[in-house]
Design a binder for this molecule. Structure first.
Ligand code: ASP
Length: 456
C-alpha cells in the first residue's frame, strides 16, 4: 500500500483544539504513516510563536544566565496544551530539563529545536505512535566550518530507522552533527544539534517523504495553497490547483512563500508530488495546491492564458552604468561584477543594452558597503560616462510554462492601460517567466493590473 508523509505547521499545532483537528486528519487515512510537526505557532495575530520564545530564552540566558522570565511563557503554553488534551504526559520534567540546558549552554540550535521536540512528543502520545527523534536521522556535516545537511547519509538513516517502524511522529526543523569536531563546535548538553533556517520543518517532511518513497508529501498549513497572486494585494485571487516544481521555484523565489524553498528539491528529485492543504478548511471542495513534475501535469491544469501566477518583491536597487562603445570593451562586465563580488554582493538580474549595463540587486545586499564607496570603486574600475544607483525598484515575475509573445503583449498592454512605466524587463533568460521592474510606489497597482488581464 502506498504511504503518505504529512507535515503539520505551527498554526496546526498551536493549541489543543488545532491538535485535535490534526489527529482527526491523520486518523482519517491509514496511509498517513509518518508525521512531521512544527512547534506551536501563533493562536492569533498578537500571539507569540514558541520558536521565537525559545530564541528569546536563549538570548536572555546569554545576557543574564537565566531565561526564566521568557521561558515561563513556553512552560505555560505547553502545560496548557497537555492539560487541555487530557493526556498522561509529564511535560514538567521535560520543561525543567530544557530550561536548565538553556541556562547552562545557551546554545541557540538546541534551544530552538525544543519546540518541535515537545510538539512531536505530545502528538506521538495522543496517537499512541512511536516518537523518532530527528537527531538520529537528519544528519549534518561540517563544510567550511559550518554545518550543512548531509543528504546521502540522511536518506540512508531515515530509511534504515523507519523501515522498522510502522507509524511515527518526527519533530521538524532540526537534526544533528555527529562528527567529533562538530560536537565541540555546537556543544549544547545534548551533542551537536543543528536547526535549519526558519520554516525548516518543511525540509524535514520532504526528506522523510523522499527516503520513504512516499506517494505524496502532504504539507498541512493555515492557507489553502498557493494563490495566483498575493491575497494581500489582489482580492480573492484564484487558488493554483496544479503547478510544476519549476514554476513553483520561480514563484517562491519572487516572494510567494507558503513552504520553505529548500523543501522542494528532495521531493522533486524523487518525483514525489507535494500537496499543500489547509488544516482548517478541509471541508472546502478545494483540494489545495498540488506541486508536481511538469510531465505529470494534466493538460487542463490551471493555466490562465498561459500563465499560472504572478509574484513579486519590493526593495530592489538598480545600478545603471553607461559608457560609449561598451560593447567593444572586453572584460567590462567582468570588472564591474568583480567589484560587486569583492563586497559579497549577489546579483539578481543584469539586463543590458549596447552601451548600458544595469545590475539589479536586493537592497539588503547593499548593506555591506556604502553606496558612495561602491560608486567610487566602480568609477575607478571602469571609468563610465554615467553611473547611478536607483533605489525603490520592485520586481514582478509573471510565471508560466507556455511563455509566448502574446503573454508579453498582455503584460505590457495591462501596464500601459494602468499608466505604469516599466523600468526593467528580463525576458527570455528563463523559459518560465517574464520579470519586470516598476517603481515601488506602483507595485501593488501593477500586480492588480496584470492579474486582471490574465485571470478576470
Ligand atoms: N518552528 C520553526 C519556525 O518557526 C520551524 C518551522 O515551523 O518550520 O521557523
Amino acid at each position: 500500500m502506498s504511504l503518505k508523509v504529512c507535515k503539520f505547521g505551527g498554526t496546526s499545532m498551536a493549541d489543543a483544539k488545532a491538535i485535535r483537528k490534526v489527529v482527526g486528519i491523520i486518523s482519517s487515512d491509514t496511509r498517513r504513516r509518518y508525521v512531521v510537526v512544527s512547534a506551536p505557532g501563533k493562536r492569533d495575530k498578537e500571539d507569540e510563536k514558541i520558536t521565537d520564545l525559545l530564541y528569546g530564552s536563549c538570548a536572555l540566558a546569554r545576557e543574564s544566565g537565566k531565561c526564566e522570565k521568557t521561558f515561563k511563557k513556553i512552560r505555560y503554553r505547553f502545560t496548557q496544551i497537555v492539560k487541555d488534551l487530557e493526556i498522561n504526559f509529564e511535560i514538567e520534567k521535560e520543561l525543567e530539563q530544557i530550561e536548565a540546558n538553556i541556562n547552562l549552554h545557551n546554545n541557540k540550535h538546541y534551544a530552538a529545536s525544543r519546540g518541535e521536540y515537545l510538539s512531536a512528543l505530545i502528538l506521538a502520545k495522543i496517537l499512541g505512535w512511536d516518537f523518532v527523534d530527528s537527531k538520529e536521522i537528519i544528519k549534518f556535516a561540517l563544510v567550511n566550518s559550518s554545518p550543512e545537511l548531509d543528504t546521502q547519509v540522511t536518506d540512508k538513516e531515515i530509511a534504515a530507522k523507519l523501515k522498522e517502524i510502522e507509524r511515527a511522529v518526527i519533530p521538524g526543523f532540526y537534526g544533528s552533527y555527529t562528527n567529533h569536531a562538530g560536537k565541540k563546535l555546537l556543544q549544547d548538553g545534548e551533542g551537536g544539534l543543528v536547526t535549519f533556517s526558519r520554516g525548516g520543518s518543511d525540509i524535514t517532511g520532504a526528506l522523510v517523504a523522499r527516503a520513504m518513497k512516499a506517494s505524496v508529501y502532504e504539507n498541512f498549513t493555515d492557507v489553502s495553497g498557493y494563490y495566483a497572486a498575493d491575497p494581500k494585494i489582489v482580492k480573492e485571487p484564484r487558488l493554483i490547483s496544479r503547478v510544476s516544481y519549476k514554476e513553483l521555484r520561480e514563484l517562491s523565489y519572487m516572494g510567494a512563500n507558503v513552504i520553505h524553498q529548500d523543501s522542494i528539491w528532495p521531493v522533486q528529485s524523487a518525483g514525489i508530488p507535494i500537496n499543500i492543504k489547509n488544516t482548517f478548511a478541509l471541508d472546502d471542495l478545494e483540494d489545495g495546491t498540488m506541486i508536481m513534475a511538469e510531465e505529470k501535469l494534466p493538460s487542463h491544469y490551471n493555466s490562465f492564458k498561459g500563465i499560472v501566477g504572478i509574484a513579486g518583491k519590493k526593495d530592489f536597487s538598480v545600478i545603471l552604468i553607461a559608457k560609449k562603445m561598451m560593447n567593444n570593451k572586453r572584460g567590462f562586465c567582468r570588472t564591474v561584477l568583480s567589484v560587486l563580488e569583492k563586497h559579497n554582493i549577489s546579483i539578481d538580474h543584469i539586463p543590458s543594452g549596447i552601451d548600458t549595463m544595469s545590475i539589479v540587486v536586493a537592497n539588503e545586499q547593499l548593506k555591506t558597503v556604502s553606496e558612495q564607496k561602491l560608486l567610487a570603486e566602480l568609477i575607478a574600475a571602469v571609468e563610465p560616462d554615467t553611473i547611478r544607483i536607483d533605489n525603490s525598484l520592485a520586481l514582478i515575475a509573471i510565471v508560466g510554462r507556455q511563455m509566448n509573445s502574446q503573454i508579453t503583449a498582455t503584460v505590457f498592454n495591462s501596464l500601459d492601460d494602468a499608466a505604469i512605466k516599466c523600468r526593467i524587463i528580463d525576458q527570455g533568460s528563463s523559459p518560465l517567466n517574464i520579470i519586470i521592474g516598476v517603481d515601488e510606489r506602483n507595485y501593488e497597482r501593477a500586480i492588480r493590473a496584470i492579474y486582471k488581464a490574465f485571470f478576470r
